[in-house]
Ligand binder design. Sequence first.
Ligand code: SPV
Ligand code: MG
Length: 292
Amino acid sequence: MDTPARRLRQSVKTKGLAHVMAAHSPLSAKLVEEAGFDAIWASGFELSALYGLPDVSLVTMTQHLDMVRAMVGSCNLPIVADVDTGFGNAINVLNTVREYERAGVAALVMEDKTFPKVTSLVADGRQELVRLEEFQGKLDAARSVRADPDLLLIARTEALIAGLGNEEALRRARAYEEAGADMVLVHSKQKTPDEIEAFVRAWDGTAPIVLVPTAYPEMNQERIQALGGKVGLVIYGNHAIRAAVGAMQKIFATIQADGGIHRADREIASVEEIFRLQGMDCVKANEKRYLR
Ligand code: SPV
Ligand code: MG
């Protein structure tokens, strides 16, 4: 059967590296699909920002799950769900995996921080990790409850984010693979790729690595591939919400400065373009067909 999980696994297999773009709404998910990415990152950071909140476990699982369901319904790309810490301990994880799988995601990324978590990229953030054994238990729980063996369970270690160093990141990554993680995401907030490159070079497991190069943007596809095919997914973690914020700030300032919308009107998407994205052509066709 052609499931989203299988399609994502297939992308990684055939392309070597799948490109995953962040989205925070059905509309942004649709734009990710039209732009030709392989999958959607249902980012906790983006959804928190959409609600005007910091990414510190304030957005609930229900809120995130509702948005994930709406995105699943709006596009055909596989969705990689950012489930933060799994919203609690291993008992919570049992419920989390069941619910997200039922919602139709292709993959879940669960991180080894304590709940409530603190967003990873903030300077001097309070980064606390759970014990390695506790996280293995959470992975065990996740594995035991997934119905489809193709559903990708991605273990994310925040060891580098917490300043614990490469050896601890490797120790945890190995332990998470041993506990059954299909891939291992290792996050870094260093401004250059060297920390991550050192990790990937030293990686001796078989699970593909997942990177989120937000903090070290010069890590492009070419540089990732130069690491010898160990990286399976690259996640562009927050570029949808940042693009949206920049575009709104710019156009709002233009309208304020001009005292009207005359100049702004030429610089933004047309109303027709929004109709297209909303599927108004379909409404018109259905009106002809069904309204008698
Ligand atoms: C997210 O996009 O929610 C992430 C990536 O988890 S980061 O914000 O960089 O931690
Ligand atoms: Mg997140």
